[in-house]
Design a binder for this molecule. Structure first.
Ligand code: FES
Length: 697
């Protein structure tokens, strides 16, 4: 079984075991888990075969967006990443097109339940929950719907500590804990109702939202509708991009951090934004080897402290590199990368090939804004917040939710004043991209004990300032973006080490020995890996080796799930030591030559339409995506073009066609597949009712 037995941050709880079958093989699952995680836990990555060419299919998004994970369960095609496994369930691969189920025998028709609320919030992530709390404070009748079984959105996947400020957005706390706090806060507000496991299907022209709550369909008529629907991961076009083992970083975090499955042994990451860097770190926390991370730009776009954290742990970051091929017979086996020129074209002769069973695609997110657009078209009072409005950190999403809630209050006539000005200012700061990096951190050798603040990049973060009991850590400038500096007294309390989300604060203690001081470093990877008396490889903040040192002590701060490793080092390097290295970087294996241009790469996953087919259609004059759909079937499949539309648009641009010349896909009215009978409140007879004298119709 491929389940996590331990994790440095996440508790491993006992859960009831159930059994199901896949292709007739009996397997074990945990009650309440989704089929895809149960299959991964049993070592199964290939779920189905594509109807077009028999190619193996696995997961991509693990979030119900792409439909690549479709299997047959209980006789019906379902998305394995959304449908929950049940005791005795027979799961089969989908081979070819699914068979239409026998027409259900209608027991009775009904009318969908209707509900009126002041505010409907679609999405229970950080922005939706923050908005709901603001509305709850003023007793506004609010309904929050979320398609998952617990609230928090992507926060429930985040085991690292968050940036921002303590007073505004829980900085220094882990995403999983912030999700709990936001949810807990809502319990104080009885006017806020929560529907989990509830999928918004559409916002209709009669100003009602259709919600599938479990297997019951309801209509909600809100005075104001707020889309807090988050974002979906972008796909990437390269040969081998749909091999099982190649999937989104969010899908990986879902498997590991939500469902506690270990889906990989050797992992490679594409994308040096915060999502890719954090996913690599989460893999290391789960004991998975990360072979490397590539970024096409000259530097990673994510926070430097995130990049430094994984470099210190031995993960090489290849900037100015691209992925040229993922290869394997039925599942991913190797990843080939190459350097790029100034036009981002691969440079022959620079190829490197690595063994990997998992490749994470972390090349950005697209807003899920379909409901907001539908609501605007229907003429509703509609607002949007969080990633659905603009992709940013969760800390920014919380402010964005608050601001949206204030606008709701104004629309409802409950307040007349504008939202506090500082909310908008904080939002702008929290959305900021990282600024410039200042020179290396300075020590304070005039003090017997002092922190060294290795965080030198301008990012919105200040928990070390807030937590210092002596108020000796301040920001270098007025803005929260300024790096911190130390001056004054230090009592060696470790608080700044334990709260820093970047693990970028160390403590130098010369009180016992001036020549060989103790240096304490925060560490979050597996308890038991480092012990007192071990010899550790020291690294500077960026991961360069600084020699070795004896581990003098390991302190376990269980409440923070953080270790403090105390090292005895030479005075000359004490201020530069930032951490210890656990793994040596892996060398590339024999390299394949550059793959052919990406014409063979899949763009539309549902219909397996290649980049070459799309390019040929564009060169033949197609400028309307609906015509493209008719010519190639791109966008025709189950996901409704959620995954391929942005890629197709970039292919248009690559072919020299301006976006203004392209007509987009006609949107389907419904967000996800739904049984037709749901809309008329149909209740089907059960097999038992069929056999008995139940009269029905
Ligand atoms: S992997 Fe299940 S819908 Fe995308």
């Amino acid at each position: 079984m491929e389940r996590l037995a331990s994790h440095p941050v996440l508790p491993i709880r006992d859960r009831k075991k159930i059994s199901f079958t896949f292709e007739g093989r009996v397997m074990e699952a945990l009650e309440g888990e989704v089929i895809s995680s149960a299959l991964f836990a049993n070592g199964v990555k290939i779920f189905s075969e594509h109807k077009k060419d028999g190619s193996p299919q696995g997961i991509f998004c693990a979030n119900g967006q792409c439909a690549q994970c479709t299997v047959i369960a209980g006789g019906l095609p379902v998305k394995a990443c959304v449908a929950k496994v049940a005791e005795g369930m027979a799961v089969k691969p989908l081979k070819g097109a699914p068979e239409l189920p026998a027409a259900p025998c209608v027991g009775e028709f009904g009318r969908p339940e209707e509900l009126e609320v002041d505010a409907l919030i679609i999405g229970g992530g950080p922005s939706g929950l923050a908005a709901a709390a603001e509305l709850g404070k003023l007793n506004v009748a609010t309904l929050v719907v979320d398609d998952k079984d617990r609230l928090g959105g992507k926060l429930v996947l985040q085991t690292h500590k968050f940036f921002g400020s303590v007073e505004d957005c829980y900085a220094g706390e882990r995403g999983i804990d912030i999700a709990e706090k936001l949810q807990e806060q809502l319990r104080e507000y009885p006017s806020v109702r929560i529907w989990t496991d509830s999928v918004c299907l559409a916002v209709f022209s009669d100003k009602k939202a259709g919600i599938m709550r479990g297997d019951r369909y309801c209509l909600v008529r809100p005075k104001v509708i707020v889309s807090a629907t988050g974002a979906r991961e972008k796909s990437l076009v390269f040969p081998g991009n749909t091999l099982p083992g190649v999937y989104g970083a969010g899908a990986f975090q879902t498997l590991v951090n939500r469902d506690l499955v270990r889906p990989a042994k050797k992992l490679f990451v594409v994308g040096g934004g915060n999502v890719g860097l954090i996913a690599a770190y989460h893999a290391l926390q789960a004991g998975i080897q990360v072979t490397g991370l590539i970024e096409a730009l000259p530097a990673c776009g994510g926070y430097k402290v995130h990049a430094d954290k994984i470099k210190r742990l031995g993960v090489p970051i290849y900037t100015r590199h691209t992925i040229v091929k993922a290869a394997g017979k039925r599942e991913l086996e190797t990843v080939t990368i190459a350097g790029v020129d100034e036009k981002f074209k691969p440079v022959p002769g620079t190829e490197k090939t690595f063994a990997a069973d998992t490749l994470l695609v972390a090349v950005g997110l697209s807003s899920v804004d379909e409901f907001h657009k539908q609501a605007l078209e229907a003429g509703m009072d509609a607002l949007v917040c969080g990633d659905a409005e603009e992709i940013a950190e969760a800390s920014a999403a919380m402010f964005s939710g608050r601001i949206a809630a204030h606008k709701v209050l104004k629309k409802l006539g409950i307040v007349s004043v504008e939202a506090p000005r500082f909310w908008f200012e904080r939002l702008e700061i929290l959305k900021s991209r990282p600024g410039k990096t200042h020179g290396p951190a300075a020590g304070s050798p005039e003090n017997p004990v002092y922190p060294v603040l290795h965080c030198r990049q301008e990012i919105p973060c200040n928990p070390c300032v807030t937590v210092c009991p002596k108020r000796s850590i301040k920001l270098e400038g007025e803005s929260i973006m300024s790096p911190p500096k130390f001056s004054g007294e230090c009592v060696g309390c470790f608080k700044c080490l334990l709260i820093c989300p970047g693990l970028a604060v160390t403590l130098v203690d010369r009180r016992k020995d001036k020549e060989r001081p103790f240096v304490s470093v925060p560490f979050e990877i597996g308890r038991g890996l480092i012990k007192k008396g071990d010899t550790a490889v020291l690294t500077d903040p960026g991961g360069a080796a600084l020699g070795t040192a004896e581990v003098a002590d390991v302190k376990d701060f269980k409440a923070e799930n953080t270790l403090i490793i105390v090292l005895k080092v030479g005075a000359e390097i004490a201020d530069r030591v930032a951490s210890i290295r656990l793994f040596e970087p892996e060398k590339a294996g024999a390299s394949d030559a550059l793959a052919a241009p990406d014409d063979s790469a899949i763009v539309c996953r549902c219909e397996r339409v290649t980049a070459g087919e799309i390019r040929r259609a564009i060169r033949a004059g197609v400028r309307d995506m609906n015509q493209l759909k008719a010519v190639t079937r791109a966008g025709m499949g189950a996901c409704g073009a959620k995954t391929c539309e942005t890629i197709i648009m970039s292919i248009f641009r690559g072919e020299g066609v301006a976006p203004g010349e392209v007509t987009g896909f006609s949107k389907r009215p419904l967000f996800v597949e739904t049984p037709l009978g749901a809309f008329s409140g149909v209740r089907c007879r059960t097999a038992q009712e069929e056999k008995t004298s139940w009269s029905g119709f």
